[in-house]
Write a protein of this length. Structure first.
Length: 340
């Protein structure tokens, strides 16, 4: 375990019966870090979180928290908090009683209990809501109660399962800001699971992109978004024009083709974001088979001999109707080079 790590997963393997879902995963998480486990359903991210929480026994490897091996320690003795996607609030209890529930189980009473609960509610901006019931709160307020309930337990690591998925777009943005504020002000170590790349990019210090029970790429949001290393990660963060490289040519879902410029040595693939496809100029042509106005941009789908090409252009430019033949270019200077 690194001397700067608070949580360390060492060769962690997790299985349901004979089906291995996480295979020898290694990850170091520093104190005060906000980590996102990002990936599609079935990639192993939620299973990994359950193992950290103690809700699943590993088939191999170790989980070390603050220098202590907790691989086989029961959940209630791990000093790990878990905030469920459903919030799991007791409808018949007040906000104060919901937040106090775990503390009472640990034997806290009286002024100490009241001070801890009120401090937790203040931390999430709900100091005036102690007497309300969950049914009287908005979705965002209910989430803050669930967050306060976890915070007052003073966990060394707080785990969040799809924390924003139940909220509408406006509340989601509001709660992103709230989570960041609470995390930074309390120097909390947080690990949250999500399949939403925008959520991971906006919240995390580092992102763990997972596929088939393994880490596909680990890096800062800027690394993941701008420098994906594989076709899987590129597709996940919006590079919709992805081609493998074989014998100096690009291969997609149609004919192979070449670029005017040489392909960088060692490239196993090239990828372009839709906004970096140069529409209206270039050596290639395609037919518009899809067009959509999305505010500041127009999105086009072109049918070409080497597969569909997706291009985004400024909505202020003249629109191109369906069946229009358009020239386009894939400039290698705009491409991301993929290692895998």
């Amino acid at each position: 375990m690194s001397e700067h790590s608070l949580l360390s997963l060492k060769n962690l393997s997790l299985a349901y019966g004979k089906n291995t879902v996480v295979d020898r995963l290694n990850l170091e998480i520093a104190k005060g870090e906000l980590i996102a486990l990002l990936g599609p359903s079935g990639c192993g991210k939620t299973t990994t979180m359950r193992a950290i929480a103690g809700l699943m026994t590993p088939s191999g490897g170790e989980i070390v928290l603050d220098g202590r091996d907790v691989t086989h320690v029961p959940p209630n003795r791990r000093e790990v908090g878990l905030m469920f996607q459903s919030y799991a609030l007791f409808p018949h209890l007040s906000v104060f009683e919901n937040v106090a529930f775990g503390l009472k189980l640990k034997g806290m009473r009286g002024n100490a209990l009241a001070e801890r609960v009120n401090s937790g509610l203040s931390a999430v901006g709900l100091g005036d809501y102690a007497d309300r019931r969950p049914a009287d709160l908005s979705g965002g307020q209910q989430q803050r109660v669930a967050l306060a309930r976890s915070l007052v337990m003073d966990p060394k690591v707080l785990l969040l399962d799809e924390p924003l998925s139940n909220l509408d777009a406006r509340l989601r943005l509001e709660m992103r800001t709230e989570l960041q504020r609470v995390q930074k002000e309390n120097n909390l170590t947080m690990v949250f699971v999500t399949h939403d790349q925008a959520e991971a990019l906006s919240l995390a210090d580092r992102i763990v992109v997972m596929q088939d029970g393994a880490i596909e790429q680990l890096g800062t949001p800027e690394d993941i978004y701008n420098r994906p290393e594989s076709a899987f990660v590129a597709d996940f963060v919006g590079f919709e024009n992805i081609f493998s490289v074989k014998n100096g040519k690009l291969h997609g879902k149609g004919e192979a083709f070449s670029l005017d410029a040489p392909i960088p040595e060692g490239a196993n693939g090239l990828a372009w974001r839709p906004q970096l496809v140069r529409l209206g100029e270039g050596p290639f042509t395609g037919t518009v088979i899809g067009a959509a106005f999305v505010g500041q941009m127009r999105e086009y789908v072109l049918a070409t001999p080497f597969g569909q090409i997706k291009a985004d252009v400024d909505a202020a430019l003249p629109a191109h109707p369906l069946d229009t033949e358009l020239a386009f270019d894939l400039n290698i200077e705009d491409a991301v080079v993929l290692k895998r």
